[in-house]
Structure formats: structure tokens, C-alpha cells
Design a protein around this ligand. Sequence first.
Ligand SMILES: [Zn+2]
Length: 298
Amino acid sequence: MTDVKPPICDYEGSDYQTKFWELGGRQYEDAVEAIALQRLLPPAGELLLELGAGAGRNTLRYAGFKQVVLLDFSLTQLEQAKQKLGRSQRYIYVAADIYNLPFVAGLFDSATMIRTLHHMADPLAALRQVRRTLKSGAIFILEYANKQNLKAILRYLAKRQAWSPFNLQSVEFEKLNYDFHPRAVSGWLMQAGFTLEKQLSVSYLRSTLLKKHVSLNLLTRLDAWLQPTGRWCQLSPSVFTRSQAIGVTAKVITGTFFSCPICKSEQLRPHGARLICVGCSRAWPIRDGIFDFRIEVD
Ligand SMILES: [Zn+2]
């Protein structure tokens, strides 16, 4: 790890769930993502880590897992998720940044990260953190925004876009919003300790014109039919990948779960509405059922 911390994209106070998903005409994207997830996710499991869970849009799709940890940097997004899903043993809400994941190594048997990597200024560091929290053999579903998509290629060839969709360099199209090249992502996955098993090309039909003139049902079915072409080439704006964690992971000591993001101690003792780190004495607040491990805030 370097001392310079990558910046974090914070959705605090954002109406992203309502504005983007519920009122933004994204039913097509939501429907085809559900299909991709179903195709890649193991049908059952013990403990799943949902990275960038937001307001819990996808969480109900993990019904086969006994427990789900919803992780997001934004407390307000997690509040919305909690309102939607309720408080139960089944869901654990955690506010933390991905570069400092507050879990012991090898804890999870699956993880998902959807529409989240595109906010990472240092994707490799983020993926290394994810790998650390997974058991060996765990399944990791990663979605990313693909810079080598048909629209970008056509714009580039028509000289309406300066950057090349073909090279491995990331494109920051808005502050802390990146598009990545498929080969760059598969390289990072490998370096982080994953084997890429499957790829699906998703959202090929993402176009206002198509959404206006073709029924949602037909668009969704066509997309489902096109997704498997991701095995050979990825030219869609969104790519779903399924990887397996390889290599050795330390065995989790029974009873441990969280680890202090500052001193890495695995002993955190509950004390009122806080967890007190035995290693560095830092108190990590539990805010109305949400474990808050963000370092910058009080
Ligand atoms: Zn500590």
C-alpha cells in the first residue's frame, strides 16, 4: 500500500437511487443486470460481500446466501438500504472505504461489485483489498464500464472523440468516473489474485431511441441473447465478469469478523454503540445499526 490514498467517490446525501434508477428510465439496465447476475452468481452460499451496495438495489437478488454484508462509503445510501431491507441477522450494514476494508482476511465466500469499480482511481489497489477478504476459491462478480464500447469506437473513427477506445489507459469522463479497457481489468484481476472464468457483454442496446421504440420485454430478451458473446469480445458499455480467488488465504480465527482499518487488529470489543479496537483503542461508532469504519469522519 502507498501512503497517498486514492480519492473516494462519495454518494453521501445523494438521491442516486430515485433519480437515476427509479425516475431515470433505467428499467432496461436494471433488468439485464439482474439476468447477468443470475447467470454468474453461485445459487447458494454463506456470506456475501456486496461492495458499493448503495441503496440495496441488487441485494434481494442474493437470496441464496445466508448473510449479506452491504458495504458503501455513504451512510445515507446505507440508511436507504436499511429502510428497504430492514434490520435482521441476515443483513450487516458497513460504511467503509474500499481501500481499507474492515474485515479479517478470508472471511467471505463470495463478493459482488457492480457499478462501483468505475469510481476507483486505483482499481488494482481496490481489487487487492477485495481479494484479501475472500476465501481461496471464492467467487467474485465484478461489473465495470467498458471504454472499448461500440459507441466510443464509432465516435473515435468519426473523429468526434479524442481518446482511443483501443488502448489500455483508463478514461476519466467525469470526475471520479472511469471507463476501463477489458484487457486492463483482466490484468488487474490476475495481479490481485483472481482467475477470470466468465465474461458477459451487457447493455448493448442502451440507447434512448431503442428504449423509446422497442418494448422493455423485447430489449431485455435481446440483451439476454447477446450477453454470452462477451466470451469472445466485449464491445458493450457494461461488462460482467466472474472470477475465482486463487492462492492461499489465512484461515479465519473463529469469532473474528471485523479488523481495524487503522491498526489491523482483529479484536474489536462492543461497548455501547461502538466497537473499541483492542490494538489502537480507536472507537468505531455503530450508527443506528450501521457499522461505521470510515477513517476521515468522526
Ligand atoms: Zn485499531
